[in-house]
Design a protein around this ligand. Sequence first.
Ligand SMILES: [Zn+2]
Length: 361
Amino acid sequence: MADSLEDLKARVRALKADFEAALGPAGDATGLQSVRDRFLGRKAGAVTALLKSLGGLADDARREAGRELNELKDDLEAKLEAAKTSLEAKAGALRLERESLDVTLPGRVPARGRRHPLVSTREALEDVFLSMGYEVYDGPEVEDDFHCFEALNMPPDHPARDMQDTFYVDVPGPSDLLLRTHTSSGQIRYMLENAHPPEVRIICPGKVYRRDNDITHSPMFQQIEGLVVGRGISVSDLKGTIEAFLHRLFGEKYPVRFRCSYFPYTEPSVEADLSCIVCDGKGCRVCKQTGWIEILGSGMVDPAVFEKVNEHLGRVVYDPEEVTGFAFGLGIDRVAMIRHGIDDIRLFYGGDLRFLEQFRG
Ligand SMILES: [Zn+2]
């Protein structure tokens, strides 16, 4: 209870001093709010407490005391507001300083992607065949037994199926879906979809899948299948095409040789080897001291394949008495490994930038 006006004025001076002392260290919005609560709070603020203490004063004195306290309130409000403005200005200046832009700094060069070596190899292969008048045909990676095996002269118990460890697709109900083990299924699909006068000249590049995993085998790898069909296509066309293609890709100085082989869907079947580009045929680790690198498998289309296609079409379009053809298949991964001297196929699929950045596409 204030006893007199003098007493009240003394208490106002003391309160002002307390206020200044509290405001000085308040360094942020929360600090300012707690000073406001302490001095100007409606219920428990120090000024409110003073107002409540005026009851004991005479009327005149009380009026003047009220004016005094109102001025005090306005004064404290103004000081709080000024402190708030000053704090905000300081924070703004600090932010400007932190976010300042130095226009003399060199710019950041965006990282440029590169062609994956398998993509650039596939494109190089496609370019060679496109220039020879081939069409690129795209077949599905999820195949059925008919297109992947049966139509290629591999009936259910054929031992050749054992050479291709197959991933079957497990879906409810009876199903013969599988991940294609070779792009040869593209031959069948193309012939069935193009049952016009039998003139075919296609390549079918894409991913294939087998249950294999070591430094030269990956469960997913890539192949290019080729198919040529027409009247009078012979083994010499096959040899000439493959030689021309390998010379375009690797250079004319490397001899190509053909060896007899076996594939269920070609007859006769041959494999083509390229003289080792690492040692020029002298013998090294890459060619296992033989001087030759196996490149691809090929052969003349087995008439049984044409018959399967005709049977599926329900009419004779590819008459084995009229047309002949050759097919070939090669691994894109293998060609890329030879081109770039890579000895582990898994590097292609590891996603390691230190490996990938070495290729300029
Ligand atoms: Zn060699």
